[in-house]
Ligand binder design. Sequence first.
Ligand SMILES: [Zn+2]
Length: 465
Amino acid sequence: MALRVDGELIDHHCHGLVQRDLDRPEFESMLTEADTPGPPGTTLFDSQLGFALRRWCAPQLDLPPHAEPDTYLERRAELGHEEVHRRLLTAAGITTFCVDTGFQPEPLTSSAQLAAYATPPAATPPTATPPTATPTGAATSATSPLPACGLDVMRLERIAELAAVDVLTGQIGVGHLADTVRARLADRSSTTVAVKSVAAYRAGLELPAVRPTEREIAAATRTWINEIRGGAPIRLHDPVLHAFLIWCGVDAGLPVQIHVGYGDNDLDLTRGNPLLLTGLLRAIAPSEVSVLLLHCYPYHREAAYLAQVFPNVHLDLGLAIHNTGRGSAALLAQALELAPFAKLLFSTDAYALAELFLLGATLFRRGLASFLDAGVADDAWTPDDATRITQLISAGNARRVYRLPAPPQPAGFPTRPSPARAARSQTARSETGRSQTGRSQTGRSQTAEESARTASPPPHIAARI
Ligand SMILES: [Zn+2]
């Protein structure tokens, strides 16, 4: 089966790009989840990720495949980061970016900027972006004939931590923190399609199986704020509050992304096993709100099991795809041993480097094609089935989960409603009788989340977030 490079590809979880040129130590530091370099005399290019990068990214910078790291980085510096972003994102062929905006150790590109980089300038029609109709514009090109689109994922802990700043600065009382979180979620931007929990990094995934009561939430909030006042960092880490935040997402009818398994080295991987979420997933299941288990390695088989037994649970392999390089084809096959094919989504979890978008997309396409081709060769399914499953895992499953409208036809650039707005109206229709926070219908120039993102807490507090 030919690799599809022109089909729709929805990256349901990724991050922004660093907006500056990088020297070799900085670049290598972004090829690993470790926060320190390897031993002297070694290089992170000697890894599955490093070799995949030299193989697949070098040709996009006019170099031969497998170009030496120094040659690659010299050419990268010569082109400049913006041209590199443009080349690699265009080549990746991703048509929709769902961007987690909650982790910004330095200013990163927005979802709109990512989509713009994925759009070849020559292909951008002058009227591609009707006001407020598409958040990021549209694109056509030889390799990506479908419109590129940027959407946002709100990080739940970030909302709570900004509300904690409001408590510390006296703008709200400690008893109002929970309602402030609910209100900010209700007042989300029109491009927000999901929320994300990083409980795995903080308290671990053994979260309460029963929805916390208001009394429990209030007590946990007071304890947290007192810890901060006692000098602790503004870093939410209470299982009750993590569970409260997840239920806030459920109540808002938003798909809930939960980081699972492998990640930065501040994670205790034994507490990142998704099976620890079983009780909470069982409690959420009746709501029918989708839960997305992110990345999952090395627990992708456990996540696949959960995706089979809970109708609303899905998984991706994100971060693990580019980090395992040519080994990623085996991961995809392992996840698909048990997960229904309608439950696996594509993501890159790319962060900072445009290379990670290209590798995520390329390795995913190759791995999935390899898996499906082998099935065709074994007469396990037909070529038509393989094509349909490719479309589902590449985009169709994400389109269903996030209630995204069908893509415009490549021949034109028709006006369409904001995907998030369309999703919200559908959510409102489908949630009769379900507990839900209200959303003001009055117009405003800036949403609370946008205000929260741009507000500047006092430096002594900002430094502790
Ligand atoms: Zn991520």
